[in-house]
Design a protein around this ligand. Structure first.
Ligand SMILES: [Zn+2]
Length: 453
């Protein structure tokens, strides 16, 4: 993954990895590391999650998910080395990227929206700029944007950089601020997000994004054909409404019941947070991730049978791997339960991979294996514990805390004295039908920080 360029300093006789670790606090000695390695290398090193004392070091093959070598992955590695990276060659030409085009047809959105995204990626949306070019200037409508009249109406201008469009993005929960400088084009932009989606980073976000792009296009057409002047917030609200309506048809809500028994699977299919059974606590764990900064925040929120927050923790740390950051969040929850000496605890995460690996129903993934194995060794003293996967909608409270922590506006006593935004999320236990997991109290401030800002 990362090969070191730094040479061993002359005076340095022996350095083992252990010398770079502060074992008691399970931390990297960042000062020492940054004095020895380049900035890039330091970042990569301190982003490696550290396992517990019972987790053995292993040599892994970073080109496979489970860390074991296979001839196939070795072959691909060699081919990449000799041919140059495939990804960058396709960065300007998506035409042969079958998986990418398939991913558009696999979106969970109506067909007309799939077709629209497909066309936008091919740069064949009939915007004024494109029509003007195609007909060599004989297109009577001119090439300028019908909204601002200031720039040529390209797909990118219409979708992102026109002041109207950029306000729509600001109003949206994505909290995205499009930047024209260095923008790779709609197709590459979509591909980047689609890759995040494949890594499980973006969850339903890509589908919602498709709805939003479609609504921006529709709003532009109403302006041209019906002279209808829209407002940016209405565009976002229509996209969200259409997305939720479409989803409610696809996945109707199961009939709700408060978890009756610890072992039942109600929570794993529920779309709302459910209280733990009496005598048991539930700890929701989640992560916010900023791929650009290589930073993550993990949060855990412990709640009782009444849904009250009784304790919690949040940390931020450098990270280059989403799955290891998600595992860190679950470990944070486990460490909190151990510190508080709670005996009956349900741990929930909306990362299925992490939960399945902790429950050993899925093979190890080397990126997060150290932390997941540590979790397995930490839970030994619990008389009762359970690790469960839940939908994102059930995990909004932990999600909020993680995002707030990543953005640096989470007060240290958030669990004793929850801020109003957090309180409004907590009240969802009582008012399930008024609740949308996508509506955040202050979207511009919180953002939708799954790494594409
Ligand atoms: Zn414009």
């Amino acid at each position: 993954m990362h090969s070191l360029c730094t040479r061993r300093p002359n005076l340095c006789r022996s350095f083992r990895v252990a010398d770079l670790l502060d074992v008691s606090s399970r931390c990297w000695r960042e000062d020492l590391i940054s004095s020895l390695f380049t900035c890039e290398e330091t970042k990569a090193i301190v982003s490696i999650p550290i396992g517990g004392p019972n987790v053995k070091d292993e040599i892994v093959w970073a080109r496979s998910k489970d860390g074991t070598y296979s001839v196939k992955s070795g072959y691909h590695f060699v081919m990449e080395k000799t041919k140059g990276p495939q990804v960058s060659s396709s960065s300007t030409d998506l035409s042969n990227d079958k998986a990418f085009w398939n991913s558009i047809w696999n979106l969970k959105v109506p067909s007309k929206i799939k077709t629209f995204i497909w066309k936008a990626c091919h740069n064949i949306i009939p915007s004024k700029g494109i029509l003007f070019n195609r007909f060599h200037g004989s297109f009577g409508g001119g090439s300028l944007c019908p909204r601002c009249g200031d720039k040529v109406e390209s797909v990118e201008h219409m979708m992102f950089f026109c002041p109207f469009a950029s306000t729509v993005w600001k109003c949206s929960e994505f909290g995205y601020e499009p930047e024209s400088k260095g923008f790779p084009g709609f197709g590459m932009w979509w591909k980047k997000l689609s890759n995040l989606n494949n890594k499980g980073l973006f969850s339903d976000g890509l589908n919602l994004l498709a709805f939003l792009c479609w609504q921006i296009w529709k709003s532009r057409n109403s302006l041209i054909f019906s002279n209808f002047v829209d407002s940016p917030i209405d565009v976002w609200n229509r996209a969200l409404g259409a997305f939720e309506e479409f989803n409610s048809v696809l996945n109707p809500l199961p009939s709700l019941s408060v978890a009756e028994s610890v072992n039942d699977e109600v929570d794993s299919v529920s779309s709302l947070w459910t209280a733990p059974p009496p005598g048991t606590l539930k700890i929701n764990c989640d992560t916010a991730y900023d791929a650009k900064r290589g930073a993550a925040a993990a949060a855990c929120v412990a709640r009782d049978v009444t849904g009250q927050i009784i304790n919690g923790d949040a940390i931020s740390f450098p990270s280059l791997s989403v799955s290891s950051a998600e595992a860190m969040a679950v470990r944070l929850g486990v460490l909190l339960a151990l510190k508080e000496k709670w005996e009956r605890v349900i741990f929930e995460s909306d990362n299925k991979g992490v939960i399945d690996r902790i429950n050993s129903v899925m093979p190890n993934a080397w990126e997060s294996a150290a932390v997941e194995k540590d979790i397995a060794s930490l839970v030994v003293p619990f008389p009762f514990f359970s690790f469960r996967f839940v939908k994102r909608e059930c995990n909004v409270v932990a999600d909020w805390v993680a995002r707030a922590n990543l953005k640096g506006f989470c007060s240290s006593n958030w669990f004793a004295n929850p801020p109003p935004e957090l309180l409004s999320l907590l009240s969802t236990l009582d008012a399930p039908h008024n609740f949308s997991p996508y509506l955040l109290p202050d979207a511009t401030m919180i953002g939708f920080d799954h790494g594409f800002k």
